[in-house]
Design a protein around this ligand. Structure first.
Ligand code: ACM
Length: 526
């Protein structure tokens, strides 16, 4: 099972499930029970009856009970005895995680969406599991800006996140190369900003381009569907609107938001555009209005405003910027971003939400209450300490362990990637609390997250390859207690790939890519 539960031991003879089984739940457990019933009916072709608390059946029973239990919020207790499977939790989320554990206790074929062959009875071994997550933030980020990924892939990813007890899907919705979220007040963001003329071929800087337009966007209904689908699986979708840099797609849509008079196109190269927002009143209002519409769609407690990699070249060069700085009482353009972040924090706080930024937002002081994502290779640990000292919660997302856009191995057989390399073993070795982190600040590290940037990843199949099985490793890093050992994990992960097979995940086998995968994806399918 992945992630490994806190404790698990075999006891007694276990139970048998069969056609006509029941799933019983009280109020708060009913969502998880209904989902499990749907999944099991699909996989087995059985009739799975829903019942009230305490139900029994000669065909087998799964009982979910949510109540005031002395256990962690997302924790659960699972017992498999002759009378059935009992899952007890303090919250609906905990009950859901109990059902995810149960799905992994059943044969991998029961993860399929229809029976490949008739399913008779299914035995579940006698077990006692007590489990709860180490971290409250167990995240997976997807960049849908560099390449657009269809909604059905995102729904599949949410299912996979839930199965691995991850609870955050961070969508990087906007960047220089594309704007992917419908915004009513600014329709050109998706009419213009969602499309680019062409994309680089090969590595950035090779100077070759494919000449093929690329784009796409999610309507508000698409995004609301994603949010609701995720909520059912206890996954919070965190929207990121990257600002004030990484904004060339917006500036191409609305040139008045930028700093130069030349009409820009949506960026067709990788890397960081120097064309950022001007921070005059209309541009700041634009950002606030975009965030308002985003907060209407995403009900979660967090709004990510990026804040990474914002070059100040245009601000330094702009003849308008000294006057703006003077008006705002700033000593120079280098102070503009932190002033801007504070403005956005107010917009977010007015809706009772918390701002998240990449660790650059700490450079000139981040707004109180904001959450910091520590990512920069040689800076993340130090940023985490600095942020924690300043009272921020920290999500650890350091490049060398959690950037799953890096290749698995420094090997020409691997698909083209931004750089080498993060093996599954290396991803598994990640410790979210950096060495030497002050004891009294450790509670500030609220979790860990992996990211898939998609400059070099053009298809869902390739995205699955980059994520899996490294996501399995990250899930265990974020959920399971300290004291992990690769030697123990590796055979368990090998067995787990049978589940990924049943789910149709294009994971990278532990011994290396299949011939089909090994083909470099350097000339992307478009
Ligand atoms: C980042 O990778 N620019 C957060």
């Amino acid at each position: 099972m992945i992630p490994r539960p806190v404790t698990s031991r075999n006891v007694g003879p276990g139970t048998t499930l069969a056609d006509g089984m029941v799933i019983a739940a009280d109020g708060p457990g009913q969502g998880a029970a209904a989902l499990l019933a749907t999944e099991l009916e699909a996989a087995t072709g059985w009739r799975v009856h829903r019942a009230g608390p305490g139900a029994q059946s000669p065909h087998g029973a799964v009982r979910l009970q949510v109540g005031p239990e002395p256990m962690a919020d997302e924790g659960y207790r699972l017992r498999v005895t002759e009378s059935g499977v009992d899952i007890v939790a303090a919250s609906a989320a905990g009950a859901f995680y109990g059902t995810r554990t149960l799905r992994q206790l059943l044969p991998p074929a029961l993860l399929r969406s229809a029976p490949a062959r008739p399913v008779g009875t299914v035995h579940v071994e006698g077990l006692e599991i007590d489990d709860a997550p180490r971290f409250q933030w167990r995240g997976l980020a997807l960049d849908v800006a560099r390449h657009f990924f269809p909604k059905d892939f995102i729904l599949k990813l949410i299912d996979l996140a839930g199965l691995h007890k991850l609870n955050v899907l961070h969508l990087h919705l906007t960047d220089d190369q594309g704007w992917r979220a419908q915004i009513d007040r600014y329709p050109r963001l998706t009419q213009v900003g969602a499309w680019r003329r062409q994309s680089p071929l090969g590595h950035q800087g090779d100077g070759r381009f494919d000449g093929v337009p690329h784009g796409g966007f999610y309507t508000k209904d698409d995004l609301s569907e994603i949010v609701a689908y995720a909520a059912r699986r206890f996954v919070t979708v965190v929207p990121e609107i990257d600002m004030p840099g990484h904004m060339q797609a917006a500036v191409a849509s609305y040139p008045e938001l930028g700093n130069i008079t030349r009409q820009l196109e949506v960026f067709t190269d990788w890397g960081i555009s120097e064309h950022v927002l001007n921070l005059e009143e209309p541009a700041v209002r634009f950002c606030a209005e975009v965030l308002e519409e985003i907060m209407d769609i995403f009900p979660g407690p967090y709004v990510h405003i990026g804040g990474d990699e914002c070059p100040t070249t245009e601000w330094e060069a702009s003849p308008r910027s000294p006057r703006l700085c003077q008006m705002l009482g700033l000593s120079g353009a280098h102070q503009l971003q932190s002033w801007f972040t504070a403005q956005m924090s107010k917009v977010v706080a007015a809706r009772g939400k918390r701002l998240i930024g990449w660790d650059e937002v700490l450079d000139a002081g981040a707004p109180p209450g904001s959450v910091i994502m520590a990512w920069r290779q040689h800076h993340a640990a130090q940023a985490a300490v600095q942020g924690a000292r300043a009272g921020h919660d920290i999500v650890m997302a350091p490049e060398p362990w959690t950037y799953f856009d890096w290749a698995y191995a420094d090997d020409p057989k691997e698909p083209l990637a931004i750089r080498p390399s993060i093996s599954v073993e290396h991803a598994y070795s990640f410790e979210p609390v950096p060495a030497g982190f002050p004891e009294e600040l450790q509670h500030r590290v609220i979790g860990a997250q992996c990211q898939l940037w998609t400059e070099y990843v053009t298809t869902a199949r390739h995205a699955e390859y980059m994520y899996f099985p490294r996501v399995c490793a990250l899930a265990e890093v974020a959920w399971s207690p300290r004291g992990r050992r690769w030697e123990e994990f590796e055979p368990r992960l090998r067995r787990h790939t049978a589940r990924l097979d049943a789910l149709g995940v294009n994971y990278r086998p532990l011994d290396g890519p299949t011939p089909g995968q090994a083909r470099t994806w350097s000339e992307p399918e478009r």
